[in-house]
Design a protein around this ligand. Structure first.
Ligand SMILES: Nc1ncnc2c1ncn2[C@@H]1O[C@H](COP(=O)(O)OP(=O)(O)OP(=O)(O)O)[C@@H](O)[C@H]1O
Ligand SMILES: [Mg+2]
Length: 249
């Protein structure tokens, strides 16, 4: 496993505490809304989506939830690398598998082929699989809904790791498959206009925005932000409440 998994490697660090705070916030929403499928996206590249997904997933297993990560970044998904799992069969392959249909008596078996147990108890990964030549078209395949409905019965929480929404259309396709969408932005990098654009795109697809994670917070910037935000740690990740995001527009 990679150094990315700070909540596993350093569970007592302030960053890990911040991730647990994020888990608490999401759990609070889940108990009210019964949501279980969350899409994590961002405006542009490298804002920390995959990092958030992997650490948040582990945080949920630590509160005794059975968790599935679906790596829906069919262009450069890296969850398989984070968890040292083979990427030769995963979501793209399952979407392309003509044996996955409602009439198949072995539907569970076919879907399970694309799911791998990680080294973390109660954490499973559906890697992106072989990168296809037409990822957006593959994600639009109606077979996706069959797969997802099957998995919803088997896991307490499902986290989608998705590509950046302002760069490729894939996350827009994924928006209404998830109960809620969480946006990651990187402090000092994500532009206000990009966030507004992201919000518009999600809303245009009928997506339900749960909130924004402000990631990669440098220590020296912390003081000026803490007075405004609901929760923070003295490291790199904070949770911003939904209403503040709404004020952006
Ligand atoms: N809070 C954090 N603390 C430390 N490192 C982080 C944090 N968030 C992200 N990183 C690092 O930043 C880099 C980019 O993160 P990541 O791959 O998660 O971004 P991404 O938004 O998924 O990128 P892409 O758009 O390419 O999918 C990685 O090296 C990751 O380890
Ligand atoms: Mg990523």
């Amino acid at each position: 496993m990679k150094k990315d998994l700070i909540i596993h490697e350093a569970p007592k660090s302030p960053v890990s505490e911040a991730i647990r705070t994020l888990r608490t916030n999401i759990t609070y929403k889940m108990t009210k809304s019964h949501d279980k499928v969350f899409l994590i996206t961002s405006s542009s590249m490298e804002e920390g989506k995959s990092w958030v997904v992997s650490n948040l997933a582990i945080a949920f297993t630590q509160s005794k939830q059975k968790v599935l990560i679906i790596d829906a970044d069919l262009r450069k998904g890296r969850q398989s690398s984070i968890f040292s799992i083979d990427n030769s069969y995963g979501l793209s392959n399952a979407l392309d598998n003509s044996n996955i249909n409602l009439d198949n008596n072995n539907l569970d078996e076919e879907i399970q082929k694309a799911i791998f147990k990680t080294n973390i108890d109660n954490l499973y990964l559906m890697p992106s699989g072989i990168f296809p030549s037409k990822p957006s078209e593959l994600l639009e395949n109606s077979q996706f809904d069959i797969i997802l409905n099957n998995l919803k019965d088997k896991f307490d929480i499902i986290l989608f790791d998705a590509p950046p929404i302002n760069i490729v259309t894939d996350s827009m396709i994924l928006c209404n498959k998830a109960d809620s969408v969480i946006i990651v932005c990187a402090i000092g990098k994500t532009k206000r206009e990009s966030l507004i654009e992201t919000k518009k795109k999600i809303k245009s697809m009928g997506g339900n925005i749960l909130g924004v994670i402000v990631n990669k917070m440098p220590m020296d910037k912390l003081k000026e932000y803490t007075k405004d935000y609901t929760k923070y740690s003295n490291n790199k990740i904070i949770k911003v409440d939904n209403s503040r995001f709404k004020n952006i527009s």
